[in-house]
Write a protein that binds this ligand. Structure first.
Ligand SMILES: [Zn+2]
Ligand SMILES: [Zn+2]
Length: 280
């Protein structure tokens, strides 16, 4: 057992966030994996003292993913851990093929992120900024939240994901439910725990209109109570964005007493400390 450490004590401990498990080397088009595409990500990781990164391109660009190129990159950068991953969307057009690809390549993948980008409209992600905000116009926000989290549970139920990404993405444009968020999300968190999945702490929310970490404080609190583990993630779409806002994330984690994050190797999860000094 680790000794009890107060948040105050933790604020004096140096955090060293070492992992980023949400990255998009291809950005938003198919760009086949090559050393030229991937090496800058390894360089960026090293530059900001990350030692463990996962590539998690969108499933609709799975054609660009090349496991041999990831292996070569790993060989050339043996000081880093480089994980082969993908993110599975609930895209009504493309994700059926994505699911199939993930099933076929499951044994080569270290890590699969699951997430929900689509509500009722098949032709537009609700998190498009600013256009996606139109999907909320004139509608009851609580109803949208319940619908969103139902879709998150569906994603968790696929059995094809290790971790849920940006769990409360539905807040992206700043719409807040009337009901207490804990009451809305509780069932989903229980489901995630029962499925033994992780969730990410994603700094991407700080780059969006809502300007808030994904997930928000109350959800983090509940996840900790339920024993759900976290990854750290930037959702970088460029190697320059890797580990984005980690200096801001570290004190946030300290304030919650989070001292470990999870890493994945062929879907096997293990925990690693994020405090640079031995614990008090
Ligand atoms: Zn993207
Ligand atoms: Zn992403």
């Amino acid at each position: 057992m680790e000794p009890n450490v107060t948040a105050d004590q933790l604020s004096t401990v140096t955090y060293q966030l070492f992992s980023d498990y949400h990255t998009h080397p291809q950005g938003h088009r198919v760009q086949p994996y090559t050393q030229g595409l991937l090496q800058p990500w390894a360089d960026s990781a090293r530059n900001i003292a990350l030692s463990d990164i996962a590539f998690t391109d969108h499933d609709r660009y799975h054609a660009g993913i090349d496991f041999d190129e990831i292996d070569r990159l790993q060989e050339r950068n043996s000081d880093l851990k480089i994980r082969a991953g993908i993110e599975l969307d609930n895209d009504p057009v493309h994700s059926a093929a994505g699911r199939k690809w993930i099933e076929q390549h499951w044994n080569k993948l270290d890590f699969v992120l699951g997430l929900v980008h689509f509500l009722d409209r098949a032709d537009q992600m609700f998190d498009s900024v600013p256009d996606g905000a139109a999907q909320f116009e004139g509608r009851d926000v609580d109803t949208i939240y319940h619908d969103y989290f139902r879709r998150v549970r569906e994603m968790a139920a696929t059995g094809l994901v290790d971790c849920l990404a940006h769990l409360d993405l539905v807040k992206i444009h700043g719409h807040r439910p009337g009901a207490e968020i804990g009451a809305i999300v509780n069932e989903t968190l229980d489901f995630i725990r029962a499925r033994n999945l992780a969730i990410e702490l994603s700094t991407a929310g700080w780059r969006k209109p809502v300007d808030e970490l994904y997930p928000g404080d109350r959800i983090i609190e509940l996840a900790i109570q339920k024993g759900i583990p976290f990854t750290t993630a930037s959702d970088a779409h460029s190697h320059a964005q890797l580990g984005d806002s980690y200096p801001r994330l570290a004190p946030k984690m300290a304030s919650f007493g989070i001292r470990q994050v999870c890493i994945f190797d062929k879907h096997q999860r293990s925990m690693r400390g994020v405090c640079a000094e031995p614990l008090l």
